[in-house]
Design a binder for this molecule. Structure first.
Ligand code: 6PG
Length: 248
């Protein structure tokens, strides 16, 4: 499969979220039609909530075969489930509380452990789910920070170069608070059949150009690590984030 990503630019964050929600539903429908189930990996950050709200309301909600999904997190902050910083809480409020996905098919990071234990436990769960899903994540939703991080893989951090068998890592001293996190590795993300990056805001523009049109420097731009050999990558951008891209 080609390493050339698809790049879609939308006039505003709202239109980007609406288009992304439609795309997510279409990909879920296709995955479930082909394989009977789908494994989804979701992020926190500023773009997903508007997307999740659209998925959890009609007309999209009724199109999603919720009982055929397994849900994991791309990354999580090591805070209690009810903490305002929790990515699980964000998804719960904007999505999970409004749809009929069985709770046994929702796999939050066990943030009541310490980061190493939570990562080790999540590694087992993600490995088990990958086994159940033919070795691939059907869809991973990612963001990118202004520094080029994705998931909780930060520039210059050793987790960027995790060993091949590591699917999940613990992260300490993250520059984006909260400092302690658990993250899927690039190896896990590169098991995706489809990746959608949601990137909005002028502060992302320089690093977005570097990520998409600059040299391959994944140690400083971890988002570049996501190049699934058997998958397709789509960057869904708002106009502000895309402002510094060379002619598309
Ligand atoms: C997190 C996120 C993180 C996010 C990026 C982009 O928990 O912090 O999962 O990886 O996707 O930081 O976030 P924004 O869209 O808010 O810039």
């Amino acid at each position: 499969m080609s390493h050339q990503p698809e790049i879609l630019v939308h006039p505003s964050l709202e239109l980007l979220q609406a288009a992304a929600a439609e795309r997510v539903v279409t990909l879920i429908e296709a995955a479930v039609a082909a394989r009977g189930r789908a494994l989804l990996a979701i992020s926190g950050g500023s773009a997903p909530p508007g997307l999740f709200r659209r998925l959890s309301a009609e007309p999209l909600r009724e199109r999603v075969p919720w009982s055929a999904l397994n849900l994991i997190w791309v990354d999580e902050r090591l805070v209690p489930f009810d903490d305002p910083e929790s990515n699980y809480r964000l998804a719960r409020w904007t999505l999970l509380d409004h749809v009929s996905i069985p709770s046994a098919q929702v796999f939050p990071v066990a943030t009541y452990y310490d980061a190493e234990q939570a990562a080790a436990r999540y590694q087992q769960q993600v490995a088990m789910l990958l086994d159940q899903h033919g070795g691939q994540i059907d869809l991973a939703l990612l963001g990118m920070g202004p520094d080029g991080h994705t998931a909780s893989l930060f520039p210059g951090f050793p987790q960027v170069a995790a060993p091949d068998d590591a699917l999940v890592v613990a992260v300490f001293d993250a520059p984006k608070p909260p400092a302690v996190r658990v993250s899927l590795t690039a190896h896990a993300l590169n098991r995706a059949r489809h990746v959608i990056f949601l990137v909005a805001g002028a502060d992302k523009a320089p690093q977005l150009r570097a990520a998409l049109q600059g040299p391959y420097e994944p140690a400083t731009i971890p988002a570049q690590l996501v190049r699934p050999p058997n998958g397709h990558v789509t960057w869904m951008l708002d106009a502000a984030a895309a402002a510094e891209l060379y002619a598309l």
